[in-house]
Design a protein around this ligand. Structure first.
Ligand code: S3P
Length: 449
């Protein structure tokens, strides 16, 4: 697991044109949910294209620990033999979710209304992250929890023996919190209602409906109201996991800032709750087109074509777009460094509680590489230096955060001097083939032996 091993530095050298086809791995959010919902269905769910990153593999192990049978057939093809809603067994050991906030929060929700007790832990990054945002609403079902000071892992969850349905307005824009409450609601009798003010990624809602749960979504004056009827029998599914737009962001952004590049990233889900980065890049003047637009598994999908874009300009990123690109701000800040003018990113407080404080981590590394960054509690602004103007040359800390490490590797491809990170191992949590994939496009990445 990343963060438990020896840090391995990585360096990205200025690259020639990046060209070719970048087949990025399966979507991380959908991969976690496929395993968890598969474990809560009755019978065999077949998954193809599962992301085999460390985060998802930790969730697979956890589902096994809760009594589901999880089988890896190779090549991204997996089966989950589920135990049914309310059928989780008590794990014999501590559940280690590694680096994954999504994994731990969704699994806590899924077991919270089962009459079992489980203890969760993670790596140094995950054990710093706030869990009260999940355990507070779970308490409304009758679930108990004891963790470290500030609601941090390791934490023990005592599932409700006699759960009641809840009505909960999510106080922060978080798909993880929303999903934890919905998964807990599955084993509560009656209707569980979750209300969100800003639409966050809606994979849980779509997949719950796909698994046969009774779920409705309504946009009202109160917000986005999701109503789930508890105690369904979930029917096993055949799931083809689409490729991850958050991983696609890296080859796309790298192509935009590297002279002569022309990269095709096929089969990327453009679910509006996930595609904010691509709209933002186009607003900045990026040569990014959607080819072969189609629908797959009820989701809009396209092949993304990104070409070198020397004339991008900074913009004010609409704050209402934040939830749809929350994981992409680090790499956007790299592109913003290569644009002219300022890029303002506001309404992004949540970035401070991700795998790292992403505003702080990026600001430190960007400044070390010669870029001016100003920041406040929930905003930051990057002053672009133009396509040829980024000095680079520094080593940045990746703070056990895959997206910080990959963002600085992208920066090195277009900067005047090489850019390094102190530790590239976290990349394996979400994008295990990042280095071979980027190298095959023409990137010059070097991993310390
Ligand atoms: C995720 C939700 C987001 C996102 C994370 C994946 C999910 O987190 O940052 O990478 O799959 O539900 P928050 O719920 O904390 O916003």
């Amino acid at each position: 697991m990343s963060g438990h091993g020896t840090p391995i530095p990585m360096t990205s050298h200025r690259s020639g044109p990046l060209t070719g086809v970048a087949e990025v791995p399966g979507d991380k959010s959908i991969s976690h949910r496929s395993l968890i919902l598969g474990a809560m269905a009755v019978g065999e769910t077949k998954i193809s294209g599962l992301l085999e990153g460390e985060d998802v593999l930790d969730t697979a192990k956890a589902m096994q620990a809760f009594g589901a049978d999880v089988v890896n057939h190779g090549g991204g093809n997996w089966s989950v033999f589920g135990v049914g809603v309310g059928g989780f067994a008590e794990p014999e050991n501590v559940i280690d979710c590694g680096n994954s906030g999504t994994g731990v929060r969704l699994i806590m929700g899924a077991m919270a209304t089962c009459p079992i007790t489980a203890t969760f832990t993670g790596d140094a990054s995950l054990n710093k992250r706030p869990m009260a945002r999940v355990t507070d609403p779970l308490a409304l079902f009758g679930t108990q929890s004891v963790g470290r000071e500030g609601g941090r892992l390791p934490m023990t969850i005592v599932g409700a023996t006699d759960p009641v349905p809840v009505r909960y307005e999510v106080p922060v824009p978080s798909a993880q919190v929303k999903s934890a409450v919905l998964l807990a609601g599955l084993n509560a009798p009656g209707k569980t209602v979750v209300i969100e003010q800003e639409a966050t990624r809606d994979h849980s809602e779509r997949m719950l409906a796909g698994f046969g749960a009774e779920i409705s979504v309504e946009d009202t004056e109160e917000g986005r109201v999701i109503t789930l009827t508890g105690r369904p029998e979930l029917k096993p599914q055949v799931i083809a996991v689409p490729r991850d737009p958050s991983s696609a962001a890296f080859p796309v952004c790298a192509a935009l800032i590297t002279p002569g590049s022309d990269v095709l990233v096929p089969g990327i889900g453009l679910n509006p709750t996930r595609a904010g980065l691509f709209a933002t890049l186009r607003d900045m003047g990026a040569d990014l087109t959607y080819e072969n637009e189609r629908e797959e598994g009820g989701e809009p999908v396209a092949d993304l074509r990104a070409r070198y874009s020397p004339n991008m300009t900074g913009i004010e990123v609409p704050p209402e777009r934040a939830a749809s690109m929350i994981d992409e701000y680090p790499v956007l800040s790299v592109v913003a460094s290569f644009a002219t003018g300022k890029t303002m990113m506001a309404g992004v407080k949540e970035l401070r509680v991700k795998e790292s404080d992403r505003i702080d981590a990026m600001a430190r590394g960007l400044r070390a590489n010669g870029v001016t960054v100003e920041e406040g509690d929930d905003w930051w602004e990057v002053t672009g230096l133009g396509i040829d103007g980024v000095p680079g040359g520094a080593t940045c800390e990746s703070f056990l955060d895959h997206r910080i490490a990959m963002s600085f590797m992208v920066m090195g491809m277009g900067a005047q001097n090489s850019v390094s990170v102190d530790d590239g191992t976290p990349i394996a949590t979400s994008f295990p083939i990042f280095t071979p994939l980027m190298t095959q496009l023409g990137a010059k990445l070097e991993t310390a032996a």
